[in-house]
Design a binder for this molecule. Structure first.
Ligand code: NAD
Length: 320
């Protein structure tokens, strides 16, 4: 009899982000087997029970339980959402020391379980945390993927879609760089359907205005702060991004997103994790897409790399 493949995902950190991801995964039937781990074992148990009690209304009989790091041994994906979150007014980089210490504790347990799958990292500051995971996990960098600017790119597509009154899925545009204040939009690479957005603006000067798009770029950059002040944290958008990334990995989709990945000479940089367009397949990152950035856009990208690199060196000297 043919062996039935079981797509197994372990989620470490059952807070707002981890559980929004788990809930999205259940509703999209994105895996067959889901294990929840949290330092607060009781919370993980309660969350698993709560999800299981909805199974009879779901689209399949997913296995869900709380567990421990031995569950990572045969997992396809371990998603790391554990750690401290921003409080209103706090930037992502100031979380680094706290979350680095948490990951120093978590990642060796995952590694020592014999895990050979793909790590998805959501914890902030996500570019630096992804690099730390890669270093601590002692695995191929292609198997360590941060959510990078996936959420920011989704916010951007949504807002551009609103402006042009077009489905965001027909907007092809990216936020690149740090998932943070130095992120930027390479507008030369932004398209509505297959038409360049700057070209649409210059052909329709009475209808559309480039300054409105720059304002959208700023709104995207400030989105997290706005949501954190309003409701204490962001969770659904990133959870949808993680679920989409999970489906792309488990489905060997070769889909393109803007995750945080290790640069190896692309865009003239190497050795750091940052958000760039990349092709995702069953093994993680297949390759980075090298976009033709303008001179100004490339300068913005380098500035963002410098911010991430110097934060890594200043705030985590023990890892350098
Ligand atoms: P939260 O406080 O709600 O949850 C964190 C969870 O981690 C808690 O359940 C806590 O018990 C658990 N935890 C802490 N230390 C642990 C350890 N050593 N082992 C196992 N579990 C541990 O926080 P949240 O709102 O879910 O945010 C989680 C992270 O995700 C934060 O760093 C936040 O900034 C980040 N985040 C990232 C994005 C993104 O786009 N990448 C978006 C939103 C939030």
């Amino acid at each position: 009899m043919r062996k039935v493949e079981s797509r197994k995902v372990v989620i470490v950190g059952c807070g707002l982000v981890g559980m929004s991801y788990a809930y999205a995964m259940l509703n999209q039937r994105a895996c067959d087997n889901m294990v929840l781990i949290d330092i607060d074992k009781n919370k993980a148990r309660g969350e698993a029970d709560d999800l299981c009690h909805g199974l009879s209304f779901s689209h399949g009989n997913m296995k869900i339980k709380s567990g421990d790091y031995s569950d990572c041994a045969d997992a396809d994906i371990v998603a790391l959402c554990a750690g401290a979150a921003q409080v209103p007014g706090e930037d992502r980089l100031s979380l680094l020391q706290r979350n680095a210490a948490i990951f120093e504790n978590i990642v060796p347990h995952v590694r020592n379980s014999g895990f050979h799958g793909v790590y998805i990292v959501a914890t902030n500051p996500v570019d630096i945390m992804s690099r730390l995971v890669w270093e601590l996990a002692e695995t191929n960098s292609k198997k360590v993927i941060g959510t990078g600017t996936m959420l920011d790119s989704s916010r951007l597509r949504y807002m551009i879609g609103q402006y042009f009154t077009v489905d965001p899925r027909n907007i092809h545009a990216y936020v690149m760089g740090e998932h943070g204040d130095s992120e930027f939009v390479p507008w030369s690479q932004a398209f509505l359907s297959t038409k360049s957005i700057p070209a649409i603006i210059s052909e329709n000067p009475t209808r559309f205005d480039m300054s409105k798009l720059w304002q959208i770029e700023m709104e995207v950059r400030n989105s997290a702060d706005k949501i954190i002040s309003a409701k204490g944290g962001t969770c659904y958008g990133v959870a949808m991004a993680m679920t989409r990334l999970t489906a792309a990995i488990l489905g060997d989709e070769h889909s393109i997103f803007t995750p945080s990945v290790l640069l190896n000479g692309e865009y003239g940089r190497e050795g750091l994790y940052i958000g760039v367009p990349a092709v995702v397949d069953r093994n993680g990152i297949r390759e980075i897409v090298n976009l033709q950035l303008s001179r100004d856009e490339l300068a913005q990208f380098h500035l963002s790399c410098d911010v991430v690199e110097s934060a890594y060196r200043e705030l985590a000297p023990q890892f350098v």
